[in-house]
Design a protein around this ligand. Structure first.
Ligand code: KG4
Ligand code: ZN
Length: 336
């Protein structure tokens, strides 16, 4: 079965074809980063309009690349995300499915991220623990089956990626913040600053990154001279605090649940320092870690095509009436 995946929940227009027999056939991505960079964050209305401009040409290009004329099913991101942006992908996906008389399904964006590690071998077996760290979410999820997810902990305020973006804005080093901070942090002094690891002493698996952001702001304001080195020192200490916090909570979650597999997903999962630290931690407690390829950590069409393909193969699809959900709880999904 050939499935077209469409992702338009935020500022990336992503499309892909997943073949349930041969894996990923091809994928294309158009990033709106430059469009939003001047505002230091995503402007929802500009995002929707750009998806309108880019989505259909991107699908046409993908079909040419894959040398196909049609597909057997369509999967589009139905939420959570920016409502206008979601509606572009949902409308195009549902309309193509109607025109071609094939099934379509709305996919949960975070389920897409969660399953991205399954796109390429080695494919993790269920059950597993997933750390979902993106611009909108920071969650520890227990996956017992495809569609059966329990949220063990989540951020009570800012998501980890959001904190990266806000700190980068403060340091005036560009958008998106994650890659910019990671790059600058390489030049930072290890012992110059140390920030708190939020909520690590509380007996739960929740996170909070907004206080850390304030701590960075206070430190920034206290500096007499702001030069590149100070920025790099702050970037280092901030990245170190976020990575350490995520590792501590992942270790605790693995130990409490006795799960032996950890999956990393979402944009912050592309962070090399986080990957190295989690690899070391899992090795010490006898767990195995699985990462998607870095290009499938950030938003992309491939993860949506894959998640949708699993559901379409299980005969789950929706009627001609469709919807998009800016908020949508992952633990409310149906089991495949
Ligand atoms: O998953 P994603 O592409 O979009 C959402 O669903 O939010 O994640 C985007 C987030 C942004 O906040 C970005 O700053 C962060 O992922 N990010 C990173 C890195 N690459 C992207 N954060 C830390 N280190 C990175 N290398
Ligand atoms: Zn995402």
């Amino acid at each position: 079965m050939l499935v077209l995946g469409i992702e338009t929940s935020c500022d990336e227009t992503g499309v892909a074809i997943y073949d349930t027999e041969n894996g990923l056939l091809g994928h294309n991505l158009y990033s709106q980063v430059e469009l939003h960079a001047q505002y230091g964050g995503v402007v929802p209305e500009l995002a929707s309009r750009d998806h309108v401009r880019k989505l259909i040409p991107l699908i046409q290009k993908l079909f040419d690349q894959c040398q196909i004329k049609t597909v057997d099913g369509i999967a589009y991101t139905a939420g959570p995300g920016l409502i206008g942006a979601l509606l572009v992908g949902a409308t195009v996906g549902r309309s193509l499915a109607w025109a071609w008389q094939i099934p379509a399904i709305g996919v949960h964006h975070m389920e897409g991220h969660l399953l991205a590690a399954m796109l390429e071998p080695p494919v993790p077996k269920l059950p597993f623990l997933a750390l979902l760290v993106s611009g909108g979410h920071t969650q520890l999820v227990q996956a017992d089956a495809i569609g059966k997810y329990s949220i063990l902990g989540e951020s009570l305020d800012d998501a980890a990626g959001e904190a990266f973006d806000k700190v980068a804005k403060l340091l005036e080093i560009g958008y998106p913040g994650g890659p910019a901070i990671a790059q600058l942090a390489k030049k930072g002094n290890v012992n110059k600053f140390r920030f708190t690891r939020p909520m690590i002493h509380q007996a739960n698996l929740n996170f909070s990154f907004s206080g850390l952001k304030t701590q960075v702001l206070t430190t920034w304001k206290a500096q007499q001279n702001i030069d590149e080195q100070v920025k790099a020192d702050i970037a280092y200490a901030f990245e170190d605090a976020v990575v350490d916090t995520l590792v501590i909570k992942c270790r605790r979650a693995l130990q409490e649940t006795d799960l032996k597999r950890l999956i990393i997903a979402g944009g912050v999962g592309a962070n090399q320092k986080l990957r190295t630290a989690l690899t070391q931690m899992t090795a010490t407690i006898g767990a195995t870690i699985y990462y998607p390829h870095p290009i499938f950590c950030t938003d992309n069409g491939a993860m949506i095509a894959y998640a949708g393909a699993l559901r379409l193969m299980a005969n789950q699809s929706e009627s001609l009436s469709f919807n998009a959900y800016p908020r949508w709880k992952m633990d409310s999904l149906t089991i495949v």
